[in-house]
Design a protein around this ligand. Structure first.
Ligand SMILES: [Zn+2]
Length: 366
């Protein structure tokens, strides 16, 4: 297994294209053609994490926070970053980061918190992208209809709401004349051929379109595959930062705060607002989400759960009447490792996937 294979599967779920323009995600250090037997997952690649990776013979580190964010002019051992990069390369360790794409994608950080708090009727808090939808029509001989339908579904075609494998087929007659340079699967050169064919149609998201077409061409027996792609007006999946949803029942704010501590496995957090009041509609922005206080309030949230809340942001929230839970930047994002380890373990049985044991929280509460 090569790093590029891991990246391909990972980015099927957490596409790089979802990240913000200012972000720096993907393979930050290393060689995508390197072999992988052991992966270490962490929120942050500190010196301790890199030492841990060297000691455990890891080939790939996956982090949430981009390992390199600003431009570097030198890479040498006189700076901490230079020393880290030098150590990674010397030990043949690659490093991959999935940041805002992991916050935005479905089943990323924000959705994991939604799941742990058991929120319902969940919506995206701040939309960044609407997935375009396409219809693919492909013409094939009757003998190949099943394998072409499979080729489409395998690449993510045919998903409509709570249904998968959706397609439509109609039978008809296909006509063509193989020209001099052709090598026809059916028919002979310079004679018009009529073949019983099927037209298979299925819906496809923009992000899967080129993979789906390539897979159809691979499965199709014809030298020249006849297919059409139509852009649809149907509304596709909405992507964005943060989530907002409802609890099953109204609960006291202090109960919610306890529940957040337990579900994120943290010892302490800060809150603003009356702990005795009841709450139901909860907004979540993992990491630093103070800039979404107004948005969450406008969408009717009783509480915003986030991290890195500054004094004036807390004052603003109090004035607006929205409660805040500041679980800390580390506290609200450290579950990154749990999500990635579980996802990759299900996909790659023969690769050892470890959660870093290094303590990366820079704060100690006394
Ligand atoms: Zn963060």
């Amino acid at each position: 297994m090569y790093i590029k294979d891991i990246i391909k599967i990972f980015e099927n779920k957490y596409p790089k294209s979802l990240s913000y323009n200012w972000d720096n995600v993907g393979l930050i250090v290393g060689d995508e053609m390197s072999k992988v037997t052991k992966i270490l997952v962490t929120l942050e690649a500190t010196q301790a994490v890199i030492d841990e990776a060297v000691e455990k013979n890891v080939n790939l580190i996956i982090t949430h926070h981009p390992f390199i964010f600003k431009g570097l002019k030198k890479i040498n051992t006189s700076t901490t970053k230079g020393n880290d990069i030098y150590k990674l390369i010397k030990n043949n360790i690659s490093l991959y980061s999935a940041h805002t794409n992991f916050d935005i994608a479905y089943d990323g950080l924000n959705d994991e918190i939604v799941k742990r708090l058991d929120l319902r009727d969940v919506l995206v808090l701040d939309t960044t992208y609407n997935q375009k939808l396409y219809k693919i029509s492909v013409y094939a001989p009757l003998s190949h209809q099943e394998c072409i339908r499979k080729a489409m579904v395998d690449m993510g075609c045919g998903n409509i709401g709570n249904y998968s494998d959706c397609s439509f087929t109609f039978n008809g007659l296909g006509r063509f004349k193989p020209l001099n340079k052709s090598n026809p699967y059916i028919g002979v050169k310079n004679e018009i051929e009529t073949v019983e064919e099927v037209k298979i149609e299925s819906i496809c998201e923009e992000s899967n379109l080129s993979d789906a077409i390539n897979n159809i061409i691979k499965a199709h027996p014809y030298e020249e595959v006849a297919y059409d792609i139509y852009e649809l007006k149907n509304v596709g999946k909405q992507y964005g930062l943060g989530r907002i949803g409802n609890l099953e029942n109204n609960i006291k704010f202090k109960e919610l705060a306890e529940c957040v501590k337990e579900s994120l496995n943290i010892k302490d957090l800060k809150v603003t607002g009356n702990l005795e009041e009841y709450v139901n509609k909860i907004a979540i922005v993992s990491g630093s989400g103070s800039e979404f206080i107004n948005k969450a309030h406008n969408m009717g949230a009783d509480v915003l759960i986030t991290g890195d809340v500054k004094y004036h942001d807390a004052q603003n929230a109090l004035e607006l009447g929205i409660k805040l839970i500041d679980a800390g930047h580390f506290g609200s994002e450290n579950i990154f490792s749990d999500i990635v380890v579980q996802y990759l373990q299900n996909k790659f049985e023969n690769i050892e996937i470890l959660k870093s044991k290094s303590n990366i929280n820079p704060f100690i509460t006394i």
